[in-house]
Design a protein around this ligand. Sequence first.
Ligand SMILES: Cc1ncc(C[n+]2csc(CCOP(=O)(O)OP(=O)(O)O)c2C)c(N)n1
Ligand SMILES: [Mg+2]
Length: 279
Amino acid sequence: MEETPVSEQELALLKEKARQIRISIIKMLAEAGSGHPGGSLSAADIMSVLYFRVMNHDPKNPLKADRDRFILSKGHAAPVLYATLAESGYFDKGELQNLRKLGSFLRGHPLTDLEHGIEATTGSLGQGLSFAVGAALGLKMDGSASRVFCVMGDGETQSGQIWEAAMSAAHYKADNLIGILDRNRLQIDGDTEAVMGLDPVADKWTAFGWNVVEVNGHDVAALCAAFDKPAVPGKPTLILADTVKGKGVSFMEGKASFHGVAPSADEEKQAMAELGGDA
Ligand SMILES: Cc1ncc(C[n+]2csc(CCOP(=O)(O)OP(=O)(O)O)c2C)c(N)n1
Ligand SMILES: [Mg+2]
């Protein structure tokens, strides 16, 4: 893709969308009483930039053949996907209050539902990148110009299957594949480097044949610039996004304890006060 300058107006819109996404995440998790706030909040700015600037998609025509595909490999962060899809207009925002309720399509982890913009069933960590590689290669075989975007958690990339997928993407020259690593440095049990160290993580992806672009995952201007960079022919790209788990809600930031615990009613109020949403 060619680089297009980002106007102040567009940056303001992307920041506002990210704020709305965060508000929706907190509200739906508080209503559900369970789910994963930390890794949802860390990916909110990435999702805003993808859905409101980068990706070719149309919520009014969710199955259009030339759409870009989005795969949330770290499926436990489903709230950020659902909030972004609702914000984009795939379904009504009120639907978000049905998260994790019986009969709702807003499952605790994503279940393929193309009409609602959910491209893949995920949640068993380590598998989404393989799906994304297959989708990217299939699209290339069809002569499609569509791209595939795949968000991974850093703890998730301790799975061996991620590295098989990384190897095959480079081998088969999936240069229409863009992986995004949400490098928030935390997983369920704490610091990724204490559990199973990933660093030097950029060197690992480079060694596996990927074009690595490092970026501050909360700086929307920097994210736009990173995604606007032209692909390197023959190579998949990894956007290595430096993030903070729980970003945007002070008492959740950098806390592994908010990996998979929903906010209480009081915590919801406090979060809404910080985000400028209605409790
Ligand atoms: C195969 C598999 N093993 C374990 C889990 C349970 N689990 C859910 S989230 C998580 C930690 C993920 O950490 P990370 O990838 O860093 O996600 P983030 O920090 O973005 O929330 C684990 C172990 C799972 N979903 N799938
Ligand atoms: Mg993490």
